[in-house]
Write a new protein. Structure first.
Length: 281
């Protein structure tokens, strides 16, 4: 009886051992086939992208990500789906994919590239800078993230360059509206627009004109001291600018006549210029 029980225990142990081994074997085979399937799906996406079928490529990359979300193929596939859309100007779709990538893979090594591609996608959608403020502001916000969080990345330099262009666009818009108010003699709205350029976009090409316009507006309103303050700023930073010369003429009627008659009396001109500068000392 004891021998029979011992025999049954040995048989049961062997069966159990075999079952465990079979399960492990099946699991390994399944995992390998899954990785192979993901790789094949990803390669289908690459092939479709090379052939110009970007929509099918994006679908295949999405499939590859979904098939094996824990693998290294998943974030790579997500980025490639976004890039596929970007190559054919499907910017909204590219941005949606990139926003999802940033949310799901916030610590991925290619996070800087995701931000850069998203910023460029916003930037490419800027059509009319006087109307399309949303794309401009989104582009500025995203390029700023790259400069701030990834200053040593390959994308930081171009991001800084694009930010300068965007600031020029925004400053241009403020000047456009400010000039309109100026022509309509709506002084307060005009002042607000010109001051925005001076305060927020001081590195742009429009700062000189904005300072001069403030000189004109304040002088027209009889606020001579405020006009002097902005003329002083203009002279200190942009003395060789034509806008400084125009601000000079605001304060000095004699200079206007000299320019109008095109007189060449250098000595007299220097005397007037000296007198003008003394206003701001």
């Amino acid at each position: 009886m004891k021998m029979k029980i011992s025999f049954l225990i040995i048989i049961l142990f062997l069966i159990t051992s075999c079952s465990k081994n079979d399960l492990v074997k099946k699991s390994v085979i399944k995992e390998k086939s899954m990785e192979l399937q993901v790789k094949e799906t990803y390669e289908e996406g690459v092939k479709a992208l090379e052939e110009g079928d970007v929509l099918f490529a994006a679908i295949k990359f999405n499939e590859a990500e979904i098939l094996y979300p824990q693998s290294e193929w998943a974030p790579k596939s997500a980025l490639m789906a976004a890039y596929s859309y970007y190559t054919q100007d499907y910017y909204a779709d590219a941005i949606a994919e990139l926003q999802r990538f940033i949310k799901i893979y916030p610590k991925h090594k290619n996070l800087n590239y995701a931000y850069y591609l998203m910023a460029v996608s916003y930037y490419q959608q800027i059509v009319d800078e006087k109307k399309d403020l949303q794309s401009i502001k989104k582009a500025k916000q995203t390029f700023s993230i790259i400069v701030r969080n990834f200053p040593n990345s390959d994308y930081a330099l171009d991001s800084k360059y694009k930010l300068n262009l965007i600031n020029d666009i925004l400053a241009s818009k403020e000047m456009y509206i400010g000039r309109y108010y100026f022509e309509k003699k709506k002084w307060i709205p005009a002042i607000n627009r010109f001051r925005t350029v001076v305060d927020e976009y001081e590195t742009t090409i429009y700062t000189e004109e904005a300072l001069h316009r403030l000189v004109e507006v304040y002088y027209t309103l009889g606020l001579v001291e405020e006009a002097k303050k902005y003329a002083k700023l203009l002279g200190y930073n942009y003395q060789s600018s034509r806008w400084y010369e125009q601000s000079y003429s605001v304060f000095n009627e004699k200079y206007k006549k000299i320019k109008k008659n095109d007189l060449s009396d250098k000595k007299r001109s220097r005397k007037i210029l000296k007198k003008f500068k003394s206003l701001f000392d």
